[in-house]
Design a protein. Structure first.
Length: 278
């Protein structure tokens, strides 16, 4: 169980990019074990009517990888490019780019098959989202160079262009829906990044949705209400004691002013002495 605890600890300390990678790896292992079931229910179908019966596939498809090379290529790029992305954008903006890239890719995929009136293989994989992130950061810092082993320094725009060209080459395939989803993510990443540079956050609305769902699933702390009530009652009691004590002090002082200190009883003198020390 220590191994599982280590993974939980690593996940809690991970940043948003690394957490998405952890989730993808976990779901990949589940997909390997239950391939037919997972693909049937969580991959994005080409048929629009079938999609309407499984609307969650608009996002869930991006966490379904059937091939080892597919998930390795996506997650390696996501790890290096995603962490670079966080140096220039916020965590919330990363989530906006990532999930909106998923949605844009899904819509393009469904639209393509709806227009051509044919069916094909269901869509699975994070390529549309990864491409969105890749192109977005390359748009912001195109001349930023990464040093690659055995190759040397390569500017980011060149690497992003090669990544996009690989998707363009796939358009010649008969079943090219996945390539269209990837390229749609690239176009969206470019547009979103360009608009952000102009001060226009076109994905801000999606951030509101994410905050809404995070608040729904966030555990509620009922103890805060109890503590507030308890403190309020305690404060009331303290105030009442203070008022009673002050009234007694005022009465003793009035007695001194009228009859002198010697007119006080021993109890009154002791009480006044203790009150004077506090």
């Amino acid at each position: 169980m220590s191994f599982i605890n280590d993974i939980k600890g690593a996940y809690k300390q991970a940043n948003v990019v690394e957490k998405i990678i952890y989730i993808n790896v976990l779901l990949f292992l589940i997909t390997v074990l239950f391939t037919s079931f997972v693909v049937q229910w969580f991959a994005l179908p080409t048929n629009f009517d079938s999609f309407l019966t499984k609307p969650w596939t608009l996002i869930s498809y991006a966490f379904i990888h059937e091939r080892l090379f597919h998930i390795l290529s996506n997650l390696l790029v996501l790890y290096y490019i995603g962490n670079l992305f966080l140096d220039f954008y916020t965590k919330k903006q990363f989530l906006n780019f990532y999930f909106l890239g998923i949605i844009v890719g899904a819509i393009s995929f469904l639209t393509n098959y709806y227009i051509i009136g044919k069916s094909g293989a269901p869509l699975g994989g994070a390529s549309a989202a990864v491409t969105t992130i890749f192109v977005a950061i390359a748009t912001k810092i195109p001349r930023y160079a990464l040093r690659l082993r055995f190759i040397g320094s390569v500017e980011l725009w060149v690497m992003a262009a090669i990544w996009v060209v690989l998707s363009i080459l796939q358009l010649v395939n008969v079943d090219n829906g996945s390539a269209i989803a990837h390229l749609s993510g690239a176009i969206f990443g470019f547009i979103y990044s360009t608009q952000l540079e102009k001060g226009n956050d076109i994905g801000k609305w999606f951030e509101t949705i994410l905050n809404f769902f995070s608040n729904i699933f966030k555990p509620k702390k009922n103890t805060s209400t109890l503590k507030t009530v308890y403190k309020s009652k305690s404060r009331t009691k303290v105030d009442e004691v203070s008022k009673t004590k002050q009234r007694k002090i005022d009465d003793i002082l009035d007695k001194i002013s009228k009859s002198g200190y010697e007119s006080l009883s021993k109890e009154e003198k002791d009480f006044l002495f203790r009150a004077g020390k506090k």
